[in-house]
Design a binder for this molecule. Sequence first.
Ligand SMILES: Nc1ncnc2c1ncn2[C@@H]1O[C@H](COP(=O)(O)OP(=O)(O)OP(=O)(O)O)[C@@H](O)[C@H]1O
Length: 251
Amino acid sequence: MSLLAVKNLSRRFGGVTAVDDVSFTVGAGEAVALIGPNGAGKSTCFNLIDGQLAADTGEIVFDGQTISGLKPRQLFRLGIARTFQIATVFPTMTVAENVQLALLSHRREIFRFAGAVAKRHRSEAVALLARVGLADSADRAARMLAYGDVKRLELAIALANRPRLLLMDEPAAGMAPQERAGLVELVRGVVADGQVSVLFTEHSMDVVFSFADRVLVLADGRLIASGTPDEVRADRTVQERYLGTGPEARA
Ligand SMILES: Nc1ncnc2c1ncn2[C@@H]1O[C@H](COP(=O)(O)OP(=O)(O)OP(=O)(O)O)[C@@H](O)[C@H]1O
């Protein structure tokens, strides 16, 4: 059974059909890329899946349960987490405290222990930081981190909530090629560990083709292709409508 099943999802904004009868699945332990040109409907799809937007029609099923209409916080509790293109961390807190805060939140202890973040769940936070290669930075202020490391911290924060599905908005945006490769390797490792599936949007084709098990291509709100990276790369429609005209094609 799929972990996530999106069925005939549609959402309009005035005269624009941002997502138009889109259906796809994400299996347990799978990394799936959702790609397409600007305005294709990728963010709207994410906003529908994580409950920020309501669909006009269609259904979203997570782990066998219909989740259409649930609020972001309820979905978060069910195990759907999201990282954003612009990383969201608390810059004046230490790297470890950022993760400790997420652990407090996950355990619903945030109101009881908010004043004592520095003490709670420290060793678990450091273990999560080690998983993303940031253990040595545990006691630095988050604002001191290089951009690529902020993205790693954001991943550790997301993992603190033990998600089963991680939605990643352009995880490699703004990164140098070497940082990108490091992040891909890291997230691949997390997926390979089991338990977490990833659905991500990305404009960097090197990330898409090195990371995704499967690729979904949107254009004008419609799913125009899906398949393995090789299948999608070879697809004439995708080449014409996206890859052939995208920035990567010109690079
Ligand atoms: N809140 C909104 N109000 C009106 N129109 C919207 C809104 N959100 C998205 N749209 C429109 O829906 C379409 C799909 O937008 P969306 O942001 O989902 O695309 P995208 O594939 O994520 O693009 P990008 O790669 O540029 O982030 C676009 O035409 C956009 O202008």
